[in-house]
Design a protein around this ligand. Structure first.
Ligand code: NAD
Ligand code: UGA
Length: 452
């Protein structure tokens, strides 16, 4: 059995590394247009930071796991082709700012049709709008090359920062296929791969459209929980209730459950916002404006939360931060990843820069280039200094703004840090991450989410 995965990103790389590790007799090749990315996958400095990933890659690389830019030959040689390319929000034309841009998916389908090489199973691993498989199917069947293609939907549910654990022991694997006999055989073939390390009961099979829609729905429900608790955090700040106490109290109800109730500066990452906007656009498209508005509100509440946090900084610092140095601890959208896509840190830093603050930014894994690109500024811009550690970032600043819950921020000596800062010194904890007594005893004026 030979597998090809198109797209060596945050999903394609880790997912295929896990399949290769678990299925030693399966040949897995990950292809990408981006030569630098492929070179990094072939080195010890992987393009994706993820605990346990390097070990997983190393266990199979060069044996049954390969990374290459030789896309056409790999497609030709493979029995199963995963499409794991990006599906960003469209930034032009019809549906701009809402619908998913499927140009990369379409170009993969056209390439598979062009290259030929035999009958193949084509698997949508990327997150796509419901009914995308129809488009892939039409492109492949129009090739008229004598080969037959089965299209499957197999969305990925891993979260960054815990990708390896999620892949090793997922809550479920979802496979959607056509209800025809050939369709069901293809579903079975893919299920057999996962069944090499995952219990059969955890492998759910559905029709194509249910599978595609379940992925968007799962992300929408997860993000909705965060927006719900963040909405309550605003009321907590106004009334003296404590958002963590409220979350704990409601989370013990087994119908609600305790997970994903951590109030924060807002959710980030490349998918939640994009997928909800896409879901909402689909509802609009299918003539369901009230449903579209309902889901849109989850994104709007997230914007409101980021803005509220910024306003709190401004108010606490006498509405003037012009010329002041502020330390930004954490830039990734969550801990244990080098990914800053749609990180709340981007909006907060941009707003602070509009107020003419000077920012000293430190993140343990996000590269300098990625931070500068995210903020749309060039190297050498005097307003932003990227630091090598938290001590450097906090030295001679008026305030600390904690935006990512990296473990190492809990181990800092805040008394020492306070002594190097301008007074009064402020601590804005966007994750309610640091023990408040440590911060207060060190002398800081502390501000947290959903707490007075
Ligand atoms: P990514 O941007 O990290 O990687 C996509 C890769 O595809 C890039 O390296 C790009 O060069 C490559 N690519 C694009 N078009 C190509 C083509 N025609 N041929 C070869 N390579 C091509 O994206 P990602 O974060 O891995 O996400 C991929 C998909 O998975 C998206 O649909 C996303 O919504 C979904 N998803 C992501 C996550 C996550 O945690 N990042 C989790 C679940 C699902
Ligand atoms: C999310 C989903 O959890 C995955 O199941 C899904 O596969 C993935 O999106 C995707 O489709 O891309 P991810 O975005 O990597 O995974 O990370 P999460 O752990 O979901 O966190 C997303 C954001 O929500 C982060 O900014 C995080 O800090 C924030 N968050 C999370 C909260 O503010 N509070 C919480 O209680 C949980």
């Amino acid at each position: 059995m030979k597998i090809c995965c198109i797209g060596a990103g945050y999903v394609g790389g880790p997912t295929m590394a896990m399949i290769a590790k678990q299925c030693e007799s399966t040949m897995v090749t990950v292809v990408d247009l981006n030569q630098d990315r492929i070179d990094e996958w072939n080195s010890d400095k992987l393009p994706v930071y993820e605990p346990g990933l390097l070990e997983t890659v190393k266990s199979a690389r060069g044996k049954n796991l390969f990374f290459t830019t030789d896309i056409d030959q790999t497609i030709k040689d493979s029995d199963i082709i995963f499409i794991s390319v990006n599906t960003p929000t469209k930034d032009y034309g019809e549906g701009k700012g809402r619908s998913a841009d499927l140009k990369y998916i379409e170009s993969c389908a056209r390439n598979i049709a062009k290259v030929g090489g035999g009958d193949k199973i084509v698997v949508e691993k990327s997150t796509v709008p419901v009914r995308t498989a129809q488009m892939v199917k039409e492109i492949l069947s129009s090739a008229d090359n004598g080969y037959s293609y089965q299209i499957l939907s197999n969305p990925e549910f891993l979260a960054e920062g815990t990708a390896i654990a999620d892949l090793e022991n997922p809550d479920r694997v979802l496979i959607g296929g056509e209800t025809t006999e050939a369709g069901q055989q293809a579903v079975e073939k893919l299920a057999n791969i996962y069944a090499q390390w995952i219990d059969r009961e955890k492998i759910i099979t559905t029709n194509l459209w249910s599978s595609e829609l379940s992925k968007l729905t799962a992300n929408a429900f997860l993000a909705q929980r965060i927006s719900s608790i963040n909405a309550i955090s605003a009321l907590c700040e106004a009334t003296g209730a404590d958002v963590d106490e409220v979350a704990n109290a409601i989370g013990t109800d087994s119908r609600i459950g305790p997970k994903f109730l951590k109030s924060s500066v807002g959710f980030g990452g490349s998918c939640f916002q994009k997928d909800i906007l896409n879901l909402s656009y689909l509802c609009q498209h299918f003539g369901l404006p009230e449903v579209a508005d309902y889901w849109n509100q989850v994104v709007q509440m997230n914007e409101h939360q980021k803005n509220r946090f910024f306003q709190r900084i401004m108010e606490a610092m006498f509405n003037t931060i012009s010329g002041k140095n502020l330390a930004i601890l954490g830039f990734a959208f969550k801990k244990d990843t080098n990914d800053a896509r749609e990180s709340p840190a981007i909006s907060i830093c941009k707003k602070l820069l509009e107020e003419c603050a000077h920012l000293k930014i430190y993140d343990p894994e996000v590269s300098k280039l990625s931070i500068l690109n995210s903020l749309g500024i060039k190297e050498g811009d005097k307003r932003v200094h990227i630091c090598n550690n938290a001590e450097e970032a906090t030295n001679e600043t008026h305030a600390i703004v904690l935006l990512t819950e990296w473990d190492e921020f809990r181990e800092l000596n805040y008394e020492n840090i306070f002594s190097q800062m301008q007074k009064p010194a402020y601590f804005f904890d966007g994750r309610n991450h640091i023990d408040p007594t440590i911060i207060k005893e060190a002398g800081f004026r502390l501000f947290r989410i959903g707490k007075n």
